[in-house]
Design a protein around this ligand. Structure first.
Ligand SMILES: [Zn+2]
Ligand SMILES: [Zn+2]
Ligand SMILES: [Zn+2]
Ligand SMILES: [Zn+2]
Ligand SMILES: [Zn+2]
Length: 286
């Protein structure tokens, strides 16, 4: 045993270090020659051995394969268009790389600038539903769809009584959309003095006799009421005109004999509609 080793042995007994044969791991690009057991090093790392970057590969170390930076990319000075791009389809171009001599192909993006024909309505809009329209590119055939906004409702401005007025209570009337029937305006109304009087007269007449709607209005006009007042008054009554037709038919049959069609004609002459007249004769067994 050498003297030095005895010394190291003494130190190791004191727990400070070991005495061994170094197990060297060869130096690499980034690490110096190193002992696997004690990590003691010797000399310097080798440093990378770079191969310069090319068109399609980055700078790379010949020894360890480590890469650095990016590839250069091809360098093409002039491209020739091999296919023109259209609005809907990509085109292409080719050129030669001045660095590596490779032929490089590139896509030319579709322009997206379509040449659309006029809009064609595929569904008409109404006041309750949206419509739709479509247009087509004359070059590539691409179609585009769009909705058409709902139309505005159209007020027919014709007042329809939904709750008749009486001498003592007001009525309700509405106007409607002439296309879909939606209620556009609603208001309450009172009968005028003339209309109230016409209403009283109409009630009196109906106590004694049967009338058709137009017959009763005519009777009130004959009394001197205006057509408007007479109509309002009659429409404020809740009259079943079918029942009136049946009563009229019975009155006629009490005095005279009629054929079915003759009686229907007579009732229509009195102002009943065909349907009312037919109801009236049927109700009397005809
Ligand atoms: Zn060692
Ligand atoms: Zn390396
Ligand atoms: Zn190249
Ligand atoms: Zn197109
Ligand atoms: Zn409408």
């Amino acid at each position: 045993m050498k003297k030095g080793c005895v010394f190291i042995l003494l130190i190791s007994i004191l727990g400070l270090a070991g005495c061994h044969q170094h197990e060297w791991i060869e130096a690499t690009c980034t690490e110096p020659k190193t002992c696997a057991t004690c990590n003691e090093t010797e000399g310097e790392p080798l440093g990378h051995e770079w191969i310069e970057a090319t068109c399609d590969k980055p700078k790379i170390c010949k020894r360890c394969g480590e890469e650095s930076g990016k590839s250069l990319g091809h360098s093409v000075k002039e491209y020739a268009v091999t296919k023109e791009a259209t609005c809907g389809e990509d085109g292409s171009k080719e050129g030669v790389c001045t660095r590596c001599g490779k032929t490089v192909k590139e896509t030319i993006k579709a322009t997206g600038e379509h040449s659309y024909n006029d809009w064609e309505v595929t569904k008409e809009a109404t006041c309750t539903e949206e419509g739709s329209q479509k247009r087509t590119c004359s070059v590539c055939g691409k179609t585009e769809e769009q909705k058409i906004n709902k139309l505005d409702h159209v007020d027919d401005n014709e007042w329809v009584v939904t709750k008749p007025a009486t001498e003592t209570s007001s009525g309700v009337r509405e106007t409607h959309c002439e296309m879909c029937g939606k209620t556009m305006q609603r208001e309450t109304f009172e009968l005028t003095t003339e209309e109230k009087n016409a209403l009283k007269s109409a009630k009196n007449y109906l106590k004694f006799m049967a009338f058709s709607r137009s017959g009763l209005i005519e009777q009130l006009e004959f009394e001197g009421y205006s057509t408007e007042a007479a109509e309002k008054a009659v429409d404020s009554l809740n009259v079943d005109w079918n029942e009136q037709a049946a009563k009229s038919a019975k009155n006629y049959l009490d005095f005279m004999s009629f054929s079915r069609s003759g009686l229907i004609d007579q009732l229509m002459f009195e102002g009943y509609t065909y349907e009312q007249a037919e109801y009236g004769v049927t109700a009397n067994g005809y």
